[in-house]
Design a binder for this molecule. Sequence first.
Ligand code: NAP
Length: 281
Amino acid sequence: MKTCYLIGYPIMHSMSAVMHNTAFKALGLDYRFKFAEVEERDLEDFIESYLRSSETRGASVTIPYKIQIMNYLDELDVIAKNCGSVNTVVNDGGLLKGYNTDGVGALRSLRESYGSLEGVKVLIIGAGGASRAICYHLSLHAKELIIANRTINTAESLAKSLTGNPKCKSKISVKPLNDLGKSISNVDILINTTPIGMYPHVDSTPLEAESLKRDLLVFDIVYNPPKTRLLRDAESVGARTLSGVDMLVYQGSEAFRLWTGLEAPEKLMKLEVNRALGGSQ
Ligand code: NAP
């Protein structure tokens, strides 16, 4: 049997085990997916003792280790390198290679909901691992990308790495999260990539309802709960909304393909995630 882990802290809110174990079982694979809630001081030990072991095929990586884990890997795929963050690791005979499937998953979900992303204006809240991946992919299409973060230096360093890419099509600017000014009035899409509003803090929101407007698509990559307070507020002003559930399944489907070489049973994965989250679909 091969094991894949979810490495993060904390991770008990995660739907990744439900999603991947359903997929492994459906395809009759001798794989299992396990939680590895690892504290920062134990990260390196975990990687050397478990992730590099011959019984392990790889890992999904989540908050807060998407950037830090790169220090311990042997190789990075070109997209992970460009994103500056890793959400998937493949163990090939003890060699650990990092990938990032978050951006592909997020853009696929966004396109299904919004349509073409060429020339869009986007305000993205957060500048962590998931934001890095989404910003990298968006910067190949969007006209404008405003990055708002609690720690301004982190947003500035993300902006610098994006503008350093010759393929970047976007005008990039940064804003402190607590002083967005009129940034939102001019954008088409708002994306939350912070954990604000995630279970159990379901009444928190990164932006008050007064800041939202009707002609926005509001995408919250938090998927537990599927309808965060930000999305409830967005609905109340008549804006369109998109939860993080489809992104979860699409990024997971890419990871599944990297570990197994097989196409993931996406419909079944989505069904099981929605069922576990208490939804219908
Ligand atoms: P990360 O690398 O740790 O980044 C977290 C980001 O959120 C940083 O920009 C951080 O700002 C900001 N932040 C954290 N707590 C905050 C607070 N209380 N107030 C203001 N800003 C705060 O995490 P990540 O891996 O990118 O994950 C972020 C979230 O996205 C998690 O909830 C995760 O579950 C979700 N996610 C969902 C999917 C999906 O498939 N739907 C995929 C990836 C991630 P500072 O720089 O100031 O610390």
